[in-house]
Design a protein around this ligand. Structure first.
Ligand code: PLP
Length: 389
């Protein structure tokens, strides 16, 4: 059965119809879930400014890790290449779930694995948002869900971050009390700021019962603080997303996780069974399984990043520029004052340094990713040259 045929089966078609989707929307939903329309990271051309890599430049524009997988992860991936003839040489998915379960304290039944975060984010949007049930996010935040909402015809409500650049969860609920999906990104992209767990719990407890709260924790290992994973053990209306693309240095290898009650996962999987989830390249699965339990190595990577970030921020501020405070992730936002983010991006590129872009909520700022100590030394030299020119 094709995806479109599946969407037309009475059980799914009725649910979609009840939530305000028309028959004409089914093709759009099938294109989104089938990956024939690129909404997420796979489609940099759709992003405001293309994230196309400048080969050879200092790459601090895409929030990638400055280095590859943890050595034990890379070794596990390389070892399994020699068994690439087997679909799954030794129950690798099960081993991944056992490792995640031990680290997060969640039953394996609540864990699913994906090739990154884009697909589950689209699925959860189709399943809980619709033309009659909107999406609420912070502003600025990671905008994939904005594009997905627009594609699905769901109203997207963007709520400014609070005074400490945390998600203003009360304002988010007030802005659309009947939304189908509330999205919290913590640490937030592009500000790096955290939203306290108590606020996340508050939103889970006060949103409409049939809405879902998605907590995107792509950068949580860089923060090293409390996370929302445990919420899914006691609630069936919260989905937590993780990715190995950031601290674990696996952006090109593609591995992500969702944590949710089995009923929630089943609902978002019903369109095409198990096509994308839990059918991953063994190299990524082996690498993730070996990396996740390495608490000391994770902390060392986090500490390295924090030291480089703070040194760089101090340098920028010593030049009279403002850095948005409170980042707990491998990024920060700089306010350039006299120059526009586009001018600064071009000026840095002329110095062979590729910085990130601006968000419309903060039009005078650029996002800068924290690279290696060497990358950031080059960034500082380039900045001084630009300011002196
Ligand atoms: C907050 C957030 N979520 C999810 C993603 C998607 O990452 P991936 O698809 O590599 O897992 C990103 C990527 O930058 C991100 O910043």
């Amino acid at each position: 059965m094709t995806l479109l045929e599946k969407l037309k089966t009475p059980e799914i078609a009725e649910d979609l119809h009840d939530r305000g989707y028309s028959r004409r929307d089914l093709g759009r939903i099938a294109a989104l879930l089938g990956g024939t329309v690129a909404i997420g990271r796979a489609a940099p051309a759709l992003a405001q400014q293309s994230a196309r890599a400048v080969v050879g430049a200092v790459r601090i524009g895409s929030n990638e890790c400055w280095t590859g997988p943890l050595p034990a992860g890379a070794a596990a991936a390389m070892k399994i290449v020699t068994e690439g003839n087997r679909y799954e040489p030794n129950n690798e998915h099960e081993k991944l779930f056992a490792a995640v379960s031990a680290v997060e304290g969640l039953p394996a039944t609540h864990i699913r694995a994906w090739p990154g975060s884009s697909d589950p984010l689209n699925r959860v949007a189709v399943t809980f948002a619709s033309p009659s049930r909107g999406i609420v996010t912070a502003d600025p935040t990671y905008e994939q869900i904005w594009r997905t909402g627009a594609w699905l015809g769901a109203k997207v409500t963007k709520v400014p971050l609070g005074p400490n650049y945390q998600h203003d969860v009360k304002a988010m609920l007030a802005a659309d009390p009947n939304a189908g999906l509330y999205y919290v990104c913590s640490p937030n992209n592009p500000t790096g700021t955290l939203t306290p767990i108590e606020d996340i719990v508050w939103l889970a407890e006060n949103k409409p019962k049939d809405a879902v709260l998605v907590v995107d924790e792509a950068y949580i290992h860089f923060a090293g603080t409390a996370n929302a994973a445990k919420l899914v053990a006691s609630r069936s209306d919260v989905l937590v997303m993780r990715t190995f693309s950031k601290l674990f240095g696996m952006a090109g290898m593609r591995l992500g996780l969702t944590f949710a009650a089995p009923t929630l996962h089943e609902k978002m999987m019903r369109y095409d069974g198990f096509q994308v989830s839990n059918m991953l390249p063994m190299t990524a699965v082996a690498c993730g399984t070996a990396s996740l339990p390495l608490a000391a190595e994770i902390k060392a990577r986090r500490d390295e990043m924090v030291a480089v970030r703070e040194k760089t921020i101090a340098h920028i501020e010593s030049r009279g520029l403002k850095v948005l405070p409170g980042s707990h992730a491998n990024m920060f936002m700089v306010d350039w004052k006299a120059k526009t983010p586009k001018q600064m991006m071009d000026a840095f590129l002329a110095q062979n340094v590729q910085i990130g872009r601006a968000w419309s909520a903060y039009p005078t700022m650029s996002r800068v990713t924290v690279g290696s100590a060497d990358d950031m030394a080059k960034f500082r030299i380039a900045l001084d040259k630009i300011l002196m020119a």
